[in-house]
Write a protein that binds this ligand. Structure first.
Ligand SMILES: [Cu+2]
Length: 175
């Protein structure tokens, strides 16, 4: 039972991934795949993350449910600037390269927060699609050094949701 669920979930994820790879190349609307900015009133829980100069997020792996709105509280315990940026792996890698050329580039988008040493910052994000959402620190060199993590988004109503067109999934329980 457990194995079968896993296989189906993987197949669904691969299908979604190849559809995305085939359909939208340059940037596209990757935001839809990773979710969307969340509304504070809908936050279901907070996740605390510590960013340190060892170039790691503590912790770096989380599980959430599809539809859930999470408040990420990212604390910078280091002595240099760190940031948390949610995105697809491709986006993060491209962005990390840009940051090397333009280290002073500042961002202020809903899917990211840049945090000065000793401070904390927040991202409120709703995970609308099942699958995996990457995150990383895009300060120059940090991503390459391994400052990255992963959010596993579990399908809200079992593996069926993955087979349905987006928007069709409803919240009815099975009868
Ligand atoms: Cu960093």
């Amino acid at each position: 039972m457990k194995t079968r669920t896993l296989v189906l979930a993987s197949a669904g994820f691969l299908m979604a991934w190849s559809a995305m790879a085939a359909g939208k190349h340059e940037g596209g609307h990757a935001e839809a795949a990773i979710g969307k900015p969340g509304v504070a009133a809908n936050v279901s829980r907070s996740i605390n993350i510590d960013m340190k100069d060892d170039m790691r997020f503590h912790a770096s792996s989380f599980s959430v449910k599809q539809g859930e709105t999470i408040r990420f509280v990212a604390k910078n315990s280091g002595k240099v600037k760190h940031e948390m940026v949610l995105g697809t792996k491709k986006e993060l890698m491209e962005h990390a390269e840009q940051m090397k050329k333009n280290p002073e580039m500042e961002h202020d988008d809903a899917n990211m927060v840049t945090v000065a040493p000793g401070k904390s910052g927040e991202i409120i994000w709703q995970f609308t699609s099942a699958g995996k959402v990457d995150f990383g620190c895009l300060q120059p060199g940090h991503f390459d050094a391994g400052m990255k993590g992963l959010v596993n988004v579990a399908s809200a109503s079992g593996v069926k949701t993955l087979q349905q067109a987006p928007g069709k999934a409803d919240k009815h329980g099975a009868h």
